[in-house]
Design a protein around this ligand. Structure first.
Ligand code: PLP
Length: 320
């Protein structure tokens, strides 16, 4: 039996993050309110330290290391933002960090991870198993493995973003959350169920990788091949054991968005809100736009999960 994290763990995580993570701003756009016909509130985790919410989970998990774990170091596998989050958190806490990254990770993410002092180990995401590589390194060198989403301390840390949103705004009618492996969605759901019991919680995945939607609807974790999508932060192959249990208990539904819809949202964020949002970070808005008929007159939260996209790639997406 898994012991699932609770909202109390989110509260403890918030205390550990105080003074280290930014309390990110909540922004809105009259243009988008008019388009959707609702009051839309954006929680801007693209403005979080290292450019994504992942700092919250990583810093919370590493803050709980004992002296022995701190000395030996941390290892993780990640397509990017979790890698940077672990590297930065480890640097801040004086812990050595080893990061297993795919060879096709965005250059900005890889450079940032090395820049924070992380020791990067490369693998091929289409032929090698990153979890096995990570576990192997952990065993050989006595490192503590902190995975990107399926860990109680990571989930509790990620839940602090939605906690802040509900503290700022009170009850909402719906909250849209980007979904990869489900750390952000399950943590957000813990906060929502405690602070906004009437709020509908929706996860949003890339259309090409809807394993979460399939899992949610079938009641068992579905595994898929690495999906080909511009949403590189959500190229996960399956939900986690912890994240799935929380999602199926506390989440209302899971939707998908196409790459074209994500590009359109990124363009909106840049031009109208002056926000740089990475493709994965636009999933929530894409889904809210698509179901606007059901959101008329409502108060809607949208979690913008991150803003780490190479400038060259951003420009190429905008002009394609
Ligand atoms: C990791 C990530 C996600 C997905 O988060 P999960 O906890 O894996 O569901 C979404 N957006 C961005 C920007 C990310 O870095």
């Amino acid at each position: 039996m898994l012991t699932l994290p609770t909202y109390d763990d989110v509260i403890s995580a918030a205390a550990r993050l105080k003074g280290h993570a930014h309390r990110t701003p909540v922004m809105s756009s009259r243009t988008m309110n008019r388009e959707i016909g609702a009051e839309v509130f954006f929680k801007c985790e693209n403005l979080q330290r290292m450019g994504a919410f992942k700092f919250r989970g990583a810093f919370n998990a590493l803050s709980k290391f004992d002296a022995q774990q701190k000395k030996a170091g941390v290892v993780t596998f990640s397509s990017g933002n979790h890698a940077q989050a672990i590297a930065l958190s480890a640097a801040l806490l004086g812990i050595p960090a080893t990061i297993v990254m795919p060879n096709d990770a965005p250059a900005a993410k890889m450079a940032a991870t090395r820049g924070y002092g992380g020791n990067v180990v490369i693998y091929d995401r289409y032929t090698e198993d990153r979890e096995a590589i990570g576990r192997d390194l952990a065993q050989k060198h006595g490192l503590t493995l902190i995975p990107p989403y399926d860990h109680p301390d990571v989930i509790a840390g990620q839940g602090t973003a939605a906690k802040e949103l509900f503290e700022d705004l009170g009850e909402l009618d719906a909250l849209f959350v980007c979904l990869g492996g489900g750390g952000l969605l399950s943590g957000s759901a813990l906060s929502a169920r405690a602070l906004a019991p009437r709020c509908a919680i929706y996860g949003v995945e890339p259309e090409a990788g809807n394993d979460g939607q399939q899992s949610f609807r079938s009641g068992a974790i579905v595994h898929i091949d690495t999906p080909k999508t511009i949403a590189d932060g959500a190229q996960t192959q399956h939900l986690g054991a912890y994240t799935f249990e929380i999602i199926r208990r506390d989440v209302d539904d899971i939707f998908t968005a196409s790459d074209a819809e994500l590009v359109d949202c990124m363009r909106f964020f840049a031009t109208r809100m002056k926000l740089m949002v990475e493709p994965t970070g636009a999933l929530g808005l894409a889904a809210a736009r698509a179901m606007k008929a059901k959101l008329q007159g409502k108060r809607v939260g949208v979690l913008i999960s991150g803003g780490n996209v190479d400038l060259e790639r951003f420009c190429a997406l905008m002009t394609a």
